[in-house]
Design a protein around this ligand. Structure first.
Ligand SMILES: *[C@@H]1O[C@H](CO)[C@@H](O)[C@H](O)[C@H]1NC(C)=O
Ligand SMILES: *[C@@H]1O[C@H](CO)[C@@H](O)[C@H](O)[C@H]1NC(C)=O
Ligand SMILES: *[C@@H]1O[C@H](CO)[C@@H](O)[C@H](O)[C@H]1NC(C)=O
Ligand SMILES: *[C@@H]1O[C@H](CO)[C@@H](O)[C@H](O)[C@H]1NC(C)=O
Ligand SMILES: *[C@@H]1O[C@H](CO)[C@@H](O)[C@H](O)[C@H]1NC(C)=O
Ligand SMILES: *[C@@H]1O[C@H](CO)[C@@H](O)[C@H](O)[C@H]1NC(C)=O
Ligand SMILES: *[C@@H]1O[C@H](CO)[C@@H](O)[C@H](O)[C@H]1NC(C)=O
Ligand SMILES: *[C@@H]1O[C@H](CO)[C@@H](O)[C@H](O)[C@H]1NC(C)=O
Ligand SMILES: *[C@@H]1O[C@H](CO)[C@@H](O)[C@H](O)[C@H]1NC(C)=O
Ligand SMILES: *[C@@H]1O[C@H](CO)[C@@H](O)[C@H](O)[C@H]1NC(C)=O
Length: 573
């Protein structure tokens, strides 16, 4: 997730076809992404229509009259972008329908009764009228992530952040105008529980019909249904004639009041924000990640021994980069140690709370408890926790969190100078020989399987590996679909029986875990073994490493190059 620049409000590339003056849209009108792409408001400040999104187009309301085009309302925001051949029709039955795929229609607006005209208002509200000129549908009733001057967020509704500045689909935070009178921010995917809230207006119990409203002059406040101001978030007083304001929950989970001076045509300026600490929004860093600020910008880090699940995506969280076992591994090849992270706070997910004198005691208590995966220590209280930890952020408190981290003690991973460690060399030799034998058996099995299925690679047999088989089938070539047909009936047998192919496949698909099934093993070690194994069973003998090289590879003294892509029988026939 890129850091969010305060002044960069969705500068999408717009294709606004100037269509001056008229703000009343008649039935039968239509828009397309490339020509007549939007309907402008009378002053030209706002537009309704297509704007560029990702590699296609989306529909919404945007500020068209300023250089930094800014999207303020999004129709069907989680639908994928449409292509340039989409059309948006104001149909004769008085609805707004988009057709992006032949035969497939999507409602942009489906009013309760047929509309007879539509209008993009200078307030930024896009409305549909009936024949009595009454508003029967308006975009202000379906806010997405923004409210504009003159707009309110009514009780029981919410604003939801976007994924990023450039992707308007629903992100991970929300601002809820609750029916208990409280205005609260939560992570989107969790229940609306007080413990998950990360900001609130503290106005609960003020009636079941409280709204959040923004006035023309930038005044942002909570109002109850009899018109009493319950809380003023901003005081307002901005010049009405030349300033445009909006309030938005940003992708980073903080909601802000922005203003833009139409005369100076500068940037959007932040005039108020719900929080000054960009680490406040809960869930920003995902599970097992924690938030820290650098120059007031947020940054997510992983717990020690953890790595990001998806690079570049903070909210995906972090996962262990070692194979965890319930406790010390049976063969003692993995030991555990406690690694400290100081000054962070986390959600309390403790299963046991102890009064202990020192953090060393706390660490020891966790180490000897197989169920304990982490522990927090503060002021004599030790809390044993299970993973995942969440809502972590750096704090000025003296908290300590200790994470149980596995340390591999297997010699095979270490660089052992040749000849120095006789025992490990002996072990390696045995493994090497077993691998070579394994390789031979694998070739044998593949040979048999191939033979049985009459999928026959002449060269493979002639290179001596399968001496002893006598083939009475003459060489022939198969197309891929032939093979598919032939092998389908033997699928079970072939797929898992031809170990070499399978290992190769798993290796290339980075799914080595499949090779060992449910057994828990060190992934890197397994990868090493498999790589060496694959080198040993290469079809071309001159490519196979020498026994000495195999030893070095297994010891970790030399790097193991990626084996040449499977010289697999499928590609050879
Ligand atoms: C745009 O629409 C207007 C009427 O809605 C029409 O007169 C005009 O020809 C259209 N322009 C293009 C390029 O299709
Ligand atoms: C939308 O308008 C275009 C142009 O008039 C027309 O070709 C298309 O069939 C209409 N689509 C729908 C769903 O009414
Ligand atoms: C637009 O083009 C795509 C592929 O080029 C096609 O699948 C789709 O049906 C087209 N849409 C319309 C409304 O013709
Ligand atoms: C609105 O707030 C005022 C002042 O607190 C209170 O007197 C009034 O009853 C409230 N209205 C409703 C509908 O709760
Ligand atoms: C809630 O209050 C608004 C004014 O703030 C009013 O227009 C609306 O009718 C009220 N709704 C209910 C259900 O009382
Ligand atoms: C909120 O603002 C309104 C209008 O400016 C003012 O009348 C009211 O006293 C203010 N309320 C509080 C609690 O500051
Ligand atoms: C807006 O009002 C201010 C003072 O109230 C004035 O100086 C300025 O010229 C006005 N701008 C426009 C565009 O009317
Ligand atoms: C909003 O804030 C910016 C800087 O924070 C300031 O320059 C600007 O005058 C403010 N706008 C209004 C209308 O107060
Ligand atoms: C896990 O990551 C840590 C750094 O966070 C690194 O020091 C350690 O070597 C890694 N362990 C494995 C098994 O990759
Ligand atoms: C980031 O990861 C989360 C959780 O795995 C996922 O829901 C979301 O779609 C991802 N976001 C992006 C932009 O890939």
């Amino acid at each position: 997730m890129a850091t969010i620049s305060l002044f960069l409000l969705l500068p999408a590339i717009f294709t606004v076809e100037a269509q001056q003056g008229e703000s009343v849209v008649k039935i039968g009108s239509f828009l397309t992404p490339t020509t007549n792409s939007s309907w402008l408001s009378r002053s030209g400040l706002y537009a309704f229509g297509f704007y560029k999104q990702a590699n296609g187009y989306a529909v919404g309301v945007f500020l068209a009259g300023i250089p930094e085009k800014t999207v303020v309302w999004i129709a069907n925001r989680d639908d994928p972008p449409v292509l340039a051949n989409a059309t948006l029709n104001f149909t004769t039955d008085g609805r707004l329908i988009m057709q992006s795929v032949q035969g497939k229609k999507m409602f942009i607006a489906n009013p309760p009764e047929p509309a007879t005209s539509a209008s993009m208002l200078d307030s930024g509200n896009f409305v549909l009228h009936n024949s009595d000129k009454k508003i029967i549908w308006q975009s202000f009733d379906y806010p997405t992530n923004t409210i504009l001057q003159g707009q309110c967020l009514s009780a029981g509704t919410s604003l939801r952040s976007s994924v990023s500045e450039f992707d308007q689909s629903t992100g991970i935070f929300q601002l809820v105008m609750q029916t208990d009178g409280n205005l609260v921010q939560y992570p989107l995917l969790l229940e609306l529980k007080a413990e998950y809230a990360y900001w609130s207006s503290n106005t609960n119990g003020q009636g079941n019909n409280v709204s959040l409203c923004l006035d023309d002059d930038g005044h942002l406040y909570l109002l109850n249904s009899t018109g009493t101001y319950l809380s003023n978030l901003t005081q307002g007083g901005y010049p009405r004639n030349n300033t445009v304001c909006l309030m938005r929950i940003d992708a980073d989970g903080i909601f802000r009041l922005y203003s833009h001076n139409l005369e100076k045509n500068g940037n959007w300026l932040v005039n108020w924000s719900s929080s000054d600490n960009k680490c406040d929004p809960k869930g920003l860093c995902g599970l097992n990640g924690f938030c820290t600020t650098i120059d007031r910008e947020s940054n997510c880090l992983c717990l020690p021994g953890f790595a990001r699940v998806h690079q570049g995506n903070w909210s995906s969280g972090c996962e262990r980069n070692f194979t965890a076992e319930s406790c010390e591994s049976r063969d003692g090849s993995v030991k555990y140690t406690m690694v400290a992270v100081s000054n962070t706070v986390w959600e309390d997910s403790s299963f046991s709370i102890l009064s202990l004198l020192s953090n060393e005691n706390c660490q020891a208590a966790c180490l000897e408890d197989c169920n304990c995966e982490a522990a927090t220590y503060k002021d004599g209280t030790c809390r044993k926790q299970k993973l995942p930890l969440r809502f972590g952020k750096v704090t000025s408190d003296t908290n300590m969190v200790f994470i149980k981290v596995g340390v591999s003690t297997t010699s095979i991973n270490k660089i052992v100078p040749i000849g120095q460690d006789k025992e490990s060399r002996k072990g390696i030799l045995i493994i090497g020989i077993s691998l070579a034998a394994f390789g031979f058996i694998m070739s044998l099995i593949s040979g048999i399987a191939i033979y049985k299925n009459r999928v026959w690679a002449y060269k493979r047999l002639s290179n001596g590996k399968n001496v002893g088989f006598r083939m009475d089938v003459s060489p022939q070539s198969f197309t891929y679909s032939d093979l598919e047909k032939m092998t389908n009936s033997f699928k079970e047998e072939l797929e898992e029986a031809i170990l070499e192919e399978w290992a190769n496949f798993c290796f290339e698909a980075r799914e080595l875990g499949k090779l060992v099934g449910d057994e828990e093993v060190d992934k890197r070690q397994l990868e090493r073994m498999v790589k060496v194994g694959l080198w040993c069973v290469l079809d071309e003998p001159s490519l196979r490493p020498s026994m000495r090289k195999v030893l070095l590879m297994l010891e970790g003294t030399v790097d193991i190059p990626i084996p040449p892509s499977s010289t697999c029988f499928l590609s050879k026939v």
